[in-house]
Write a protein that binds this ligand. Structure first.
Ligand code: PLP
Ligand code: ZN
Length: 482
């Protein structure tokens, strides 16, 4: 089963607005006819139906056990992702295959639900962005090779993780790919900023928020020869679909009573999740679609607001974001909103009106939930906390009950957001976040002795005296001699 797949599809960009269709061999970001947002679709997808659903399950399961590196990560689902890439162009830096970790028994009991986290922070650049980036860079490699380009300049706007991921893949490819990232000054964490810097990317900062940076890179990519690596680039969405495929495989292809929680920022991730499950369903790889729950903070909730209105009177409007601890999702005008609207409609047509929900949660609930998760052995970032807050809201509204099993996307590693944890622990969130620490969730280091005390003690007493102090603090009684 190590053989590379022979199937080649016919990828085409399809416009979410005018339904125009354009060859997937070009690098397009928006519809040449109407400027609408695009999705990549395989025009020969129906050929994949020659294999039955159970046969596809077998193919994917066999690859999971195989050793071909080009089929070991997200491209295990090659035929469903980008079946136009050649093996030599596929770039794998260890993305995908992230663990699904059931919530600790105590956390499940406290929450009143059965659930797990999928730890996307265990991707190579410590967020889910690597899935889509692996696919986008594999396509760039294809373009470099086929068109004989000597180099390509990539740009992206980022709330932190896109730039970390783009810079890492670009650095791996070396001289042929130069990476420039545009960040909102002061609105990415120090850890996230350190990543593109360490990868050697050009890091440009702009006063403002992500939405401002996004407008600038869109403007640039329309007028200059640069490759845009935001999720507006449909190749990113294709790779991202692997999240849905892996979840289904982890469930042994049984999605009955499964609820999937995803934070929504620029809405690329939820687009990919909807699209991915629809593909599996179309091929009979799964016979039931899971229910999808998007979650947004009260401080950045345009998608929530759209779906909160009755179906007959919905209208989309960008919002001005307010400071959010779920900073990686702090986006007021999600680029992928038209994709979500289109795919949610298809999803609901296939699985019923109860199959897609968007929930809104408070900043307080986001941070409380993140710390609750991590104090139970998880590694959730604030956006993972946002998913848990969303699950709690869904339980409260009666959308989820004890018969359901929920899978929450812990989208990045907790360590990237250490500063937010610190703001919580020290009660130092600026007032506009509206977050106050709950004492039982805070923690702080305790000094055992001061430097002056240590000097006074001298080296002879340091060991016994320090140990004695610790034993007193911990209420330990000395061991009895045997
Ligand atoms: C990008 C990102 C999000 C938001 O995902 P979208 O695809 O933009 O909706 C959430 N969490 C983390 C950690 C991210 O990096
Ligand atoms: Zn169009």
């Amino acid at each position: 089963m190590n053989g590379f797949p022979s199937y080649r599809g016919d990828l085409r960009y399809v416009c979410t607005h005018c339904a125009g269709s354009f060859p997937g061999s070009d690098l397009l970001y928006t519809c040449p006819a109407c400027s609408g947002v695009l999705l990549l679709e395989d025009a020969s997808f129906d050929a994949l139906r020659e294999r039955s659903g159970p046969d596809w399950q077998e193919v994917f399961d066999a690859r999971a056990a195989g050793r071909n590196p080009a089929l070991s990560g997200i491209f295990r689902f090659y035929e469903l992702i980008a079946p136009v890439l050649e093996e030599e162009d596929i770039l794998c830096l260890g993305e995908g295959n992230t663990p699904v970790v059931p919530a600790s028994p105590a956390l499940q009991e406290r929450t009143g639900a059965a659930f797990a986290f999928k730890n996307e922070g265990q991707n190579p650049s410590a967020s889910f962005k690597d899935r889509g980036m692996a696919c986008a860079f594999s396509f760039l490699k294809t373009l470099l090779r086929k068109r004989g380009w000597s180099s390509v300049l990539t740009v992206c706007a980022s709330t932190g993780d896109t730039s970390a991921s783009a810079a890492m893949y670009a650095a791996y490819l070396g001289e042929s790919v130069k990476s420039v990232v545009l960040l909102p000054q002061g609105k990415v964490t120090p850890q996230q900023l350190s990543q593109p810097l360490g990868s050697g990317a050009r890091v440009l900062e702009i006063p403002g928020v992500f939405d401002d940076c996004m407008k600038v890179v869109e403007f640039l990519s329309e007028r200059y020869p640069v490759a845009l690596l935001n999720s507006k680039n449909s190749w990113r969405i294709l790779g991202q679909e692997s999240y849905a495929f892996e979840l289904a495989q982890w469930r042994r292809w049984d999605m009955r009573d499964v609820c999937v929680f995803v934070p929504i920022g620029n809405a690329g991730n939820i687009t990919a999740v909807l699209k991915g499950f629809l593909k599996l369903y179309a091929l009979g790889v799964i016979t039931v679609l899971p229910r999808i729950f998007g979650v947004q903070s009260q401080h950045a909730d345009p998608v929530y607001r759209y779906y909160a209105a009755p179906a007959t009177s919905r209208s989309y409007a960008p919002v001005a974001v307010r400071p959010s601890a779920a900073q990686a999702a702090m986006i007021g005008n999600p680029v992928s909103f038209p994709r979500v609207r289109l795919l949610a409609e298809r999803y609901e047509a296939a699985a019923g009106p109860d199959s897609f929900h968007v929930l809104q949660v408070t900043e307080q609930a986001i941070m409380d939930s993140m710390l609750e998760a991590n104090s139970h052995g998880h590694i959730a970032c604030p956006q993972g906390g946002e998913c848990l807050a969303g699950l709690k809201a869904a339980l409260q509204y009666g959308l989820v009950s004890s018969r359901h099993f929920s899978i929450l996307n812990a989208t990045a590693h907790a360590l990237k957001f250490a500063d937010f944890q610190n703001l919580y622990f020290t009660d130092a969130f600026p007032p506009d976040f509206g977050i106050r620490p709950r004492p039982e969730l805070t923690n702080a280091p305790e000094a055992v002795l001061s430097p002056a005390e240590r000097r006074e003690m001298g080296e002879s007493r340091f060991l016994s005296e320090t140990a004695a102090r610790i034993a007193r603090r911990l209420d330990l009684t000395p061991r009895q001699a045997d």
